[in-house]
Design a protein around this ligand. Structure first.
Ligand SMILES: [Zn+2]
Length: 241
């Protein structure tokens, strides 16, 4: 700090002296150019002398004001602050990455082998509830997208599949087991797949409706593992993601 002040003062001196000399150079170019050279030589030397002279004084002052220990402590504090900033930035970045962008019109979000066949639903009757019921009812407005719960091959895709109405059945092989999923009561004309077609997990297959034996818009979802009915809700909760 002090050396800066001294250098600035020296610089100011040079400027003060040099400007009149330079102004005079228009009249006596040769003499003045010599004068300028001499002056710059002198100034250069005085600059060195000034910084040299202040050197010991500065060193002593700086040591008394800021010891090496204090410098190290300050460096450590700065490093800690930098680490804290880096950690905060990393945390902010990771939190923004983890917020899954919901693209409801294309693919069911998630990275798992098994996906939720519908989003933003209200859970209705489960398997075995109120008598004979082989699946789970997931209530949502008509037109809500429905997705393949896993990759597989479409076995059934019909506009009138008995009481299921507009329905799709997909066969999968998951963890070495034969699994089939059924999606019932879709909107007429909304099927996006045909029998024999391969689908990806989360692929759009149709839209929620109330066709067949249904009185309200909902997805009736069934799951069979090795041809045996399982609780589809428990299966989704355990596997979908
Ligand atoms: Zn049902």
């Amino acid at each position: 700090m002090r050396s800066l002040v001294i250098l600035t003062m020296v610089g100011g001196l040079v400027a003060t002296v040099a400007i009149p000399a330079y102004a005079a150079s228009t009249r006596m170019p040769i003499e003045d150019s010599q004068t300028l050279q001499q002056m710059s030589a002198v100034d250069a030397q005085s600059l060195v002398v000034a910084s040299d002279a202040s050197g010991t004084e500065l060193a002593r002052d700086s040591y008394s004001a800021t010891t090496e220990d204090e410098i190290n402590k300050k460096k450590a504090a700065e490093a800690a602050a930098a680490r804290a900033r880096a950690q905060a930035a990393a945390a902010a970045a990771s939190s923004s990455v983890s917020s899954v962008p919901v693209n409801i019109n294309l693919v069911s979000p998630g990275t798992g082998e098994v996906r939720w066949p519908i989003l933003n639903f209200t859970k209705g009757r489960g398997i075995g509830d109120s008598g004979y019921h082989q699946g789970v009812d997931l209530l949502a407005p008509g037109g809500t997208p429905l997705y393949a719960a896993a990759a597989g091959v479409v076995r059934i895709a019909q506009e009138a599949y008995g009481g299921y109405g507009v329905a799709v059945v997909i066969d999968h092989v998951i963890a070495g087991q034969r699994v089939s999923t059924l999606y019932g009561h879709m909107t007429y004309g909304s099927r996006q797949v045909v029998a024999g077609q391969s689908v990806e997990a989360g692929q759009l297959i149709g839209l929620v409706g109330s066709t067949g034996s249904s009185t309200a818009n909902h997805l009736h979802f069934e799951v069979r593992v090795n041809n045996g009915l399982v609780d589809p809700w428990a299966w989704l909760v355990a596997n979908a993601g």
